[in-house]
Write a protein that binds this ligand. Structure first.
Ligand SMILES: *Cc1c(COP(=O)(O)O)cnc(C)c1O
Length: 368
């Protein structure tokens, strides 16, 4: 098999999406699955939809093109506010986009084509994250301008938390967002269809007891793909945290003494015992992933990377060149590996099995 490679278990992705949908539906929240970390991989996107996600969200048009070319016809929302220079393609490829600038929205409006439904505009409101977003006091006026433009429809309001500025999505802030929605609806005389809460960082709020108010939707990537809650790093009960594994190949294995460092240590009076650990060199480097985001296998310790190598020490049995080492990875390591040209993606469990047959074989499920 080709190395390095990402092994993606689509059953586990499906299960994670399904479990989250099962928990959030009773709270009145839909899930829009975010595919940016997997570069719009169509099979992974399908697994998320099969798990019950109501639509997909992407940050980059190249990835949306990939989804469309694979035949996906579901609703796609562009969640990175569009570049002015890409307006024409945004309305051609995406049903909806997040926006915070009237010039860009006007450009989207100008691309109006009578054969297409109007492009949905979700206005991003600044709630303390300090990335994109309109100040709450300016939202009503902008919403009215959008309502007056042809070819676009004011579909809703969205917000970011814990993305850039780090404002956590606390219940009081979520309530404030609900109030802003009600106020904007009153100003514009419309009912907004979509109120997009936030990302995986919002899950503690979403799965808690606080009222969900006017929030209709969460955008989830990390939680579905990795089963982790981004702010705490905790695993989410009942979800697989090993749906995606990065595999790298050993290109050198052996014992290695470090003469200069050993000599230094001896000069300072400390005695260095020859270490019995094995030093491995793997064909995986900073050009392939965020090496700091790799979770070392039990018994292995990260030493350092170069552009194309990873040096690891291990107490485990000596793997030979040609042997493999498997890593779990965080979101940053995942998105870099997915985008790296030398990392293959290998899909497992491409066909959905019956739920029952899968649940029995699933130790995580049995635990909960
Ligand atoms: C990446 C992103 C998300 C998804 O975040 P996760 O942590 O993967 O759930 C949601 N919204 C926006 C605007 C994003 O850029």
């Amino acid at each position: 098999m080709k190395n390095p490679r990402l092994e993606v278990d689509l059953c586990k992705i499906r299960h994670n999406a399904q479990t989250l949908v099962g928990r959030l539906t009773p709270r009145g929240l839909g899930i829009t699955a975010v595919t940016k970390a997997v570069c719009g991989n169509p099979a992974i996107a399908r697994a998320m939809l099969e798990g019950g996600a109501v639509g997909l969200a992407e940050a980059r048009l190249r990835n949306v093109r990939r989804l469309r070319e694979a035949g996906l016809t579901c609703a796609v929302t562009l969640i990175r506010t569009p570049m002015l220079s890409e307006a024409a393609e945004v309305v051609r490829l995406c049903e909806t986009s997040f926006n915070s600038d009237l010039r860009v929205i006007s450009a989207l409006s100008a691309e109006f084509c009578p054969r297409r439904p109007a492009h949905g505009i979700i206005l991003m409101v600044e709630m303390g994250d300090l990335r994109e977003g309109i100040l709450p006091e300016e939202l009503g006026a902008l919403a009215l301008r959008v309502r007056a433009l042809p070819g676009v429809v004011l579909q809703g309001i969205g917000a970011n938390f814990a993305c850039f500025g780090g404002q956590a999505p606390e219940p009081a802030i979520m309530m404030a967002l609900s109030d802003i929605v009600v106020e904007t609806e009153r100003t514009c005389g419309v009912i907004l269809q979509t109120v997009s809460g936030d990302n995986s960082a919002n899950l503690p709020w979403a799965m808690g007891a606080a009222p969900t108010g006017r929030i209709t939707d969460l955008r989830l990537g990390e939680a579905i793909l990795l089963g982790l809650e981004p702010v705490s790093g905790d695993r989410i009960a009942g979800l697989h945290t090993d749906a995606i594994t990065l595999v790298a190949e050993v290109i050198e294995a052996g014992f290695k003494s470090l003469p200069s460092r050993a000599a230094k240590a001896t000069a300072s009076g400390r005695r260095i015992r020859p270490s019995r650990t094995t030093r491995l060199i793997l064909a995986l480097g900073v050009q392939d992933t965020d090496v700091q985001g790799l979770v070392m296998p039990v018994g292995a310790t990260f030493v350092g990377p170069t552009s194309g190598h990873l040096v690891v020490v291990t107490q485990n049995a000596l793997p030979r060149p040609g042997g493999e080492m498997r890593f779990q990875l965080n979101y940053s390591a995942l998105m870099r590996a997915m985008a790296a040209p030398d990392v293959e993606t290998v899909l497992r469990c491409d066909r959905p099995p019956t739920d029952a047959s899968y649940a029995v074989a699933d130790p995580v499920l049995a635990q909960h």
